[in-house]
Write a protein that binds this ligand. Structure first.
Ligand SMILES: Nc1nc2c([nH]c(=O)n2[C@@H]2O[C@H](COP(=O)(O)OP(=O)(O)OP(=O)(O)O)[C@@H](O)[C@H]2O)c(=O)[nH]1
Ligand SMILES: [Mg+2]
Length: 129
């Protein structure tokens, strides 16, 4: 089954907000852009707003669609809808106890991401140069 996921690239100046996926989760131990699965009949944008509030405690004020990436992990097929989040209320945190940090975009390649993120990460790093 294909799982539709909304993902937020939360930006502030030249930094992006990352969270560490917990050991028991799919792709546990990898860094991620916060987000999560769309509910049935929920738009990706609505899921993005909901997930960023649930996971990071921020209210998205402005976002722009970036890219859709489909990826087959074998155990799990995902369609990731990436959004750049440029304005938000509140200070993002690991609301579910996950480790989080602001990372300079130029340092992103030092972090391990799920395979589905590699193209996006490379594009972000290239555009920061
Ligand atoms: N949030 C997020 N998920 C990603 C990224 N890259 C990536 O492959 N995924 C995959 O997208 C899928 C769904 O994401 P999720 O686990 O955050 O979903 P969720 O918040 O609804 O979690 P839940 O199922 O525990 O309620 C997972 O299979 C995860 O491995 C990413 O950058 N961010
Ligand atoms: Mg999630």
């Amino acid at each position: 089954m294909l799982v539709k996921v909304a993902v937020g690239i939360v930006l502030r100046n030249d930094f992006v907000f990352l969270a560490l996926r917990k050991a028991g989760q799919h792709q546990g131990g990898m860094w991620e852009f916060p987000g999560g699965k769309c509910e049935p009949s929920e738009s990706a944008e609505a899921a993005l707003v909901r997930e960023l509030e649930e996971e990071c405690g921020i209210l998205v004020k402005a976002c722009s669609f970036f890219k859709v990436i489909s990826h087959d992990y074998g155990d799990n097929k995902v369609e990731l809808c990436f959004y750049k989040v440029t304005e938000f209320d509140g200070e993002p945190m690991g609301k579910e106890g996950q480790e989080v940090r602001w990372v300079a975009i130029s340092d992103l390649l030092k972090y391990q991401f799920p395979d589905a993120n590699l193209q996006i990460v490379n594009e972000l790093v290239s555009s920061s140069k």
